[in-house]
Design a protein around this ligand. Sequence first.
Ligand code: ADP
Length: 613
Amino acid sequence: MSTATPQKFEFQAEISQLLDIVTHSLYTEKEIFIRELVSNAADALEKLRHTQLTEKEIFDDRLTLEINVTTDDKAKTITIQDFGIGMTRAELVENLGTIAHSGSKAFLKSLAEGDQKNTNLIGQFGVGFYSAFMVAKTVKVYSHSWRAAEPGHVWTSTGSGSYEIEESDGQRRGAKIVIELKDDCADFSQDWKVKEILERYSAFVSFPINLNGKHVNAIQALWLRNKNEIKDEEYTAFYKFQAHAFDEPRLRLHFSADAPLSINALLFVPKENTEKLGFSRLEQSVALYCRKVLIDAKPKNLLPEWLRFLKGVVDSEDLPLNISRETMQDKALIEKLSKVITKRFLKFLEDEAKNRPDAYAEFYTEFGIFLKEGAAMDFTHKDSIVKLLRFESSLTEKGKTTSLADYVSRMTGDHREIYYLVGPNRAAIQSGPYLEAFKARNLEVLFCYEAVDEYVMNNVREFDGKKLAAADHADVKLSELPKPEGALSDADVATLTKWMKDTLDARVSEVKASDRLVDSPVLALNADKFISPHMRRMMKAMNKDGSDTPLRVNLEINPRHAVVKRLFETHASSPEKAKLVAEQLLDNALISAGLLDDATAMVARINKLLESV
Ligand code: ADP
């Protein structure tokens, strides 16, 4: 559609909402709009560079790939121009009229979730192009696409509900954003002020930036420099720039390799795991370069999925320069790169764990969940990842952890499996009935507190040739302990267990004397091989099918416990009351296992029992 007269468009509702917040925001660091527009300009140049690889006919092909910023303090304007890919009319509508930017989306989402007034978040999310409206009376975007056949256009808006697009002759390729500043933002039309901001934010932009004709940025490929010559501050500044981050990096790995591939890599682990804070799933964002030229800022297959928390840069000379983002996916080379980098990073973590155990423990608290994901899903690196897992155990202090290797080093005698228990926290596991049998036999048990642990343990299956075994599973066989004094005889146990099985009937699959119990009278063991107690709790929480199926457990009784002995004495003489006691014992065991679904029947029963006291 070609129109010579201006055409008016309404912004998509979300954009209007965003603009309303941005234009009225009292956010103090308004200068970030410069960072956002410069980074859009750099993206547009980067895209042009890629387009040049495959397209022969490019409009204005002789322009240098650079960014020109100009200020006019009389007219109170600032202009940011790039000779990048530009936008056609349809692209102006699509890109600047509808919400595409993930930062803007996340920003709106967090506002919807209650941070209504917290416009301070603007800086954190980076609302991209729209941040211009924090300082602008009007924004004009002059643009000519790289496609020669398309005319140039100017897009104009005051940020209130609508924008206009008009054809405009004589435009160079790329985009020129002219901002007429609000009176209280007129500072941004001062050369010195903008210079200071550009120096702060744009040191690592990989295209020349000129301010009023003067070159302001030194282009640096920090990752190619010798690491002995790089200061911590430089690394941090680079991390903030490259990852659009606001925190300091927690860990850093800068390495180069020559074989089997030539690689220079600079990887960062952020301070915080934002997925844990409830933000959306992270996207892979270690950028891929070939000799300082960006190939892809967010390559999907460069690293395994579980390393999506990493930031940084990988540069390999071995990539063909004209590799395109599209063809990259099926290149065996990328797989090779992926393996080399992942291995190197895992080795780095192993060294950290050895040399700086406290820092590693902090890293693990924050990012351990990703290692667990890797251990369960990444078959290629599973063995190395499992070594990095840490758990509290029955032998560690609260808050201290052990590795599986250390656990194995403490195994003695006929201790052949690695035992673990899943529970909400240390106190719950320690006071439950499952641990005591292991304690009595001096067997260490790992404590797992996270919802995914069970899945992870099931997938990992074994370590160093030792099976991982859930300590509350009926399959786990424990050695005989010497029979303590005063236990019921084997014949009495046989009578009592038979009577209990008949009495409890459908609620139990088996009742037997326990080789596990020391202090507790009874214990419920998971008879279902496929649905563990923990999984059942999760399924219930998520309302999954199958969570309502009647539950059957294996009940184990402690022939030395006073309650059990008393039950044996009374089961024949006062069967009514004994039945109540047996049912109550079963419910007690289910409570400990976190398996009692409905306590109403139990309350009625307890009241009945209390009557007879
Ligand atoms: P983001 O850059 O994160 O996608 P923005 O809201 O800043 O989000 O920009 C929206 C879209 O507008 C960009 O994805 C891009 O397609 C387009 N765009 C913005 N600035 C430019 C520019 N200088 N040249 C070409 N396209 C641009």
